[in-house]
Ligand binder design. Structure first.
Ligand code: SAM
Length: 222
């Protein structure tokens, strides 16, 4: 074990302060989200999205999916990193956020890359799965919603992802609850612990769990 230090909050903040270069437009979207939405802490962290954005610039995926759009923060970061002819199917069941998100996607000139589907993500994925031509054609999938559904998303998305494609699951630390044995309410912590064990054992993927944001696991389809 080479690491001889703890990832303290101070060290984490140091890493962010010495690496984050957030675009003005995503800062603006995030600020407006925090000023207007009570559930604003749901947005992915900028350092996480900067990392995902870099991965997308390297991978240049043509077909992507996002589960959990909210006010469009992570979608905006990803759409800005995608090639101009790429598409991301963005799944969100609450239509109330759409005008907010679209305002920023338009302003950034990336709306043409985003195919927003307002429906339960399971239903959107099932509809895509009905078309055999869609199977194993997706390059990248980001999952950041409905933690109880993670195992189901894993299986559905495995069918959609091409060999060599990448999936990223957010919030795998569940705000630190995954290392605790007692919880105020154990439904979500138990579901996330179960998912993390399940994915660790899943031989269909190579994985890496990173302590970025609230923890995220990268799963590469073998
Ligand atoms: C954590 S937030 C997404 C945050 C977003 N990725 C970001 O970084 O700004 C989760 C979103 O998923 C939506 N959601 C929850 N369950 C869903 C489901 N079953 N299908 C589609 N959307 C869902 C919620 O309405 C919420 O807007």
């Amino acid at each position: 074990m080479a690491r001889k230090y703890q990832i303290t909050e101070e060290l984490y903040n140091y890493a962010v302060e010495h690496s984050l270069k957030e675009p003005y437009i995503t800062v603006e979207l995030r600020d407006e989200t925090f000023a207007t939405e009570r559930a604003a802490r749901m947005v992915s962290s900028p350092e996480q999205m900067q990392f995902i954005s870099m991965l997308l610039k390297i991978l240049k995926p043509k077909k992507s999916i996002e589960i959990g759009v909210f006010t469009g923060y992570s979608t905006l970061w990803m759409a800005m990193a995608l090639p101009d002819d790429a598409k991301i199917i963005a799944c969100e069941y609450n239509g109330r956020y759409e005008p907010f998100a679209r305002k920023y996607w338009q302003k950034a000139g990336v709306e043409h890359k985003i195919d927003l589907r307002i429906a339960k993500a399971h239903d959107t994925l099932d509809a895509i799965l009905k078309n055999d031509n869609e199977l194993e054609t997706y390059d990248f999938i980001y999952i950041d919603a409905d933690k109880l559904g993670y195992i189901d998303y894993l299986d559905k998305c495995h069918k959609l992802l091409r060999q060599g494609g990448l999936m990223i699951f957010d919030n795998v630390f569940l705000f630190g609850e995954v290392t605790k044995t007692e919880h105020v309410n154990d439904v979500l912590p138990n579901a996330m612990k179960e998912f993390n064990k399940h994915l660790h054992k899943d031989e269909r993927f190579d994985i890496s769990m990173l302590p970025l944001g609230d923890g995220m696991t990268l799963a590469y389809k073998k």
